[in-house]
Design a binder for this molecule. Structure first.
Ligand SMILES: Cc1cc2nc3c(=O)[nH]c(=O)nc-3n(C[C@H](O)[C@H](O)[C@H](O)COP(=O)(O)O)c2cc1C
Ligand code: SF4
Ligand code: SF4
Length: 260
């Protein structure tokens, strides 16, 4: 077992990039992905156990919290949680803290992946994708220093009523929204979106992707499509696509990434 374990969910790469940067600073880290059920859940031998995931509509994405409930962590391990968001962190960390008490937590803002809602550069504070990436890498180093020093957060993570309400209604909205996906003639049937989908909601039919409605709106399929063949309303055809520049689609589907 590695000295450090980070459980990570990432739709468009920002959280996996943060996990990799922290792992590089800490050394000897297993990043266990939570796009589907984690392949390893007993991490009682790890000295540090962390969780990194984005805020989706005021809460934790998809099945992340139910996966967390199945993870065994030693009470002696140093635990931490990091949420990435465009502007506000929501209640994901507070809910995580209720399942696995966190010694340290942090929030990092980065580019917005929700293309149908905002252009990706609309984040708080607003900045270009390049600047946001540099800032995220700098913050990852600072967080890793805090983790090495065993810093304990003084306050509990945020838990606002409005975000709790938002995240409660989100799964039904996400499924409804998915009925609007369109796949254009540009699709080459490469199957990348099929492997990327955390819900198994995409299949190939006659050489073209077909998207159903069992969707958490991670938007990985749309943002990573090499032919920009997937849209969700006309605005998404015009807007510049975004995914983290340092994370490939195939990395997102790895069950475990080890960093020495
Ligand atoms: C469906 C969806 C909902 C989102 N909801 C929020 C939100 O409530 N608050 C926020 O600040 N950012 C929100 N975002 C932005 C993401 O949290 C942010 O872009 C994050 O860096 C994405 O991480 P990833 O690339 O690892 O998936 C949302 C993004 C998506 C796709
Ligand atoms: S990733 Fe794009 S090109 Fe490849 S199958 Fe999916 S929609 Fe088609
Ligand atoms: S259909 Fe696309 S947006 Fe929906 S869960 Fe699958 S990959 Fe994510």
């Amino acid at each position: 077992m590695s000295e450090n374990v980070i459980f990570c969910y990432s739709g468009t790469g920002n959280c996996l990039d943060m996990a990799k940067n922290i792992a590089c600073s800490l050394g000897d880290t297993d990043i266990i992905m939570m796009r589907s059920a984690p392949v390893k859940t007993d991490v009682r031998e790890a000295a540090r156990v962390g969780f990194i995931f984005p805020c989706y509509a005021g809460g934790a994405p998809g099945d992340v919290l139910s996966y967390v409930r199945g993870i065994q962590v030693s009470p002696d391990s140093y635990t931490f949680g990091i949420v990435q968001c465009a502007a506000y962190p929501g209640t994901g960390l507070a809910e995580l803290d209720r399942i696995i008490p966190l010694r340290y937590w942090s929030v990092v803002t980065h580019q917005c992946s929700c293309i149908w809602l905002f252009p990706h550069t609309l984040m708080r504070p607003a900045m270009s994708a390049e600047k946001a990436q540099q800032r995220s890498e700098k913050l990852a180093k600072e967080i890793a220093e805090n983790l090495r020093a065993g810093v304990v957060s003084e306050k509990k993570p945020p838990n606002h009523l409005i975000n709790r309400a938002e995240s409660r209604f989100w799964p039904a909205i996400a499924r409804k929204k998915a009925a609007g996906f369109k796949v254009s003639d540009a699709c080459i049937g490469c199957g990348q979106c099929v492997s990327l989908c955390p819900k198994g909601n995409i299949r190939l039919k006659d050489g073209r992707a077909v998207i159903g409605t069992d969707c958490i709106q991670c938007l990985g399929c749309l943002q990573y499509c090499p032919r920009s063949a997937i849209s969700l309303g006309s605005i998404t055809e015009k807007r510049e696509h975004y995914h983290n520049p340092n994370v490939s689609a195939s990395e997102l589907t790895e069950p475990i990434i080890h960093v020495d």
